[in-house]
Design a protein around this ligand. Structure first.
Ligand SMILES: Nc1nc2c(ncn2[C@@H]2O[C@H](COP(=O)(O)OP(=O)(O)O)[C@@H](O)[C@H]2O)c(=O)[nH]1
Ligand SMILES: [Mg+2]
Length: 372
């Protein structure tokens, strides 16, 4: 980094000087107007040392504009640096300890609350937690279930499924985190629609990932359905108009980290275009609760109609189906249970979903086999 201060009669002259001396990459750090019998201005500018060296033309500097040498700022002494480092470490340790104490207090409170419950309700809680139902949702079920036998009835209100597979709208857009199974599920849904004698097209908005287009292109080719790759969501409307003769058009999208804003900014033009679409949010049955929560905070800002839960074949328990229902408040439209297209997708009844959640499902005993 090279810092210099220039003095000139006007800002314009001073900036011209900066540009001439330090090149186009220079950044102005400060400016100051000097009043008095001979008014002038001072402009301090900085440039990355090497870039500046390369960029600055060696032009002559007029006599009225003398560069003022910058005072050298000495680095803090080594001992001080070491002390700062140690202080930082102590602070991190302290924060971790406070976090642990907080968790401990919370656990103790929860245990005390559980201990006050009647034995039957304690069983309900234990039963549900063992199946992966989140504590807070399990407690909600506990309010109405006095014993394990009453769980299915108490849980039923919290789980909705969308019968009939696909809804009435022509365009169906699949959204969700990266790698959740959107493209594979588009292919499975397209195959199901073809089986139901519907005229189908696939639109891919996923031009972000290398190979993504190839994957969907292969599926489309195998099924003999047209594929259109659309570079941005704003152009989907025109694309759908080209497919006016189709009964259903599946739109595959780019998976995004739910933490980022890309999720919304990329898809917003689709919703703003006013084209009627049905939005399916896909989440994996293997996702942990905090991830689901975060995904909903992000994707839930879009007009989600229903949920597709993928990779149930990889889950060791199915509490996530309840957690998803409780968190999202949207019906489950389908479950996917394997990588095989078109087979590994089911459109379950509510009873089926409830049975799955209540299953004590040891690792490896996926319901996929039972479904097929
Ligand atoms: N086990 C399992 N794997 C799946 C399922 N659905 C998709 N996959 C796999 O998950 C990976 C990512 O799928 P893909 O459709 O490309 O995800 P996308 O990034 O959301 O489009 C691929 O290897 C798929 O074969 C499923 O239901 N079960
Ligand atoms: Mg994909």
């Amino acid at each position: 980094m090279k810092i210099k201060t220039f003095r000139a009669k006007t800002f314009g002259e001073a900036l011209a000087l900066v540009k001439r001396e330090m090149g186009e990459d220079a950044v102005v750090l400060s400016t100051e107007e000097k009043k008095g019998p001979r008014p002038s201005v001072e402009v301090s500018a900085a440039v990355d040392y090497e870039a500046g060296e390369a960029a600055s033309p060696k032009a002559a500097i007029p006599s009225w504009a003398t560069p003022i040498p910058s005072p050298a700022v000495p680095p803090p002494p080594v001992r001080e640096q070491e002390e700062i480092r140690q202080l930082k470490n102590t602070l991190i340790e302290f924060k971790t300890e406070v976090g642990s104490i907080r968790e401990l207090i919370e656990d103790t409170r929860t245990e005390a609350k559980t201990a006050r419950l009647p034995a039957g309700k304690r069983d309900v809680l234990r039963f549900l937690k063992k199946r992966g139902v989140r504590e807070e949702h399990a407690r909600g079920i506990c309010d109405t279930a006095n014993n394990v036998k009453e769980i299915p009835r108490a849980m039923a209100a919290g789980v909705a499924v969308r019968g009939g597979g696909m809804g009435g709208k022509k365009a169906i857009v699949l959204i969700g985190p990266t790698g959740v199974g959107k493209t594979t599920t588009v292919a499975k849904l397209a195959a199901a629609a073809i089986k139901a004698r519907k005229r189908v097209a696939i639109v891919s908005l996923d031009s972000y990932r290398i190979g993504a287009i190839e994957q969907v292109r292969i599926y489309a080719k195998i099924m003999g359905v047209p594929l259109e790759v659309v570079p941005d969501a704003g152009r989907v409307k025109a694309c759908l108009a080209r497919h006016a003769d189709k009964d259903v058009v599946f739109i595959d999208t780019t998976g995004r980290n739910p933490l980022g804003d890309a999720v919304l900014s990329e898809l917003a033009p689709l919703y703003e275009s006013g084209v009627p679409v049905e939005t399916h949010l896909l989440v994996s049955a293997t996702s942990d609760y905090d991830f689901l929560d975060r995904a909903w905070k992000s994707y839930g800002r879009l007009p989600v109609d229903c949920v597709g839960v993928t990779k149930v074949d990889e889950a060791v328990r199915y509490g996530a189906l309840y957690n998803v229902s409780a968190l999202f408040g949207k019906p489950i439209a389908y479950l996917t249970n394997g990588q095989t297209v078109p087979g590994d997708i089911v459109f379950p009844t509510r009873e089926k979903v409830l049975r799955m959640i209540l299953m004590e499902s040891p690792a490896g005993a996926a319901p996929a086999a039972a479904e097929r």
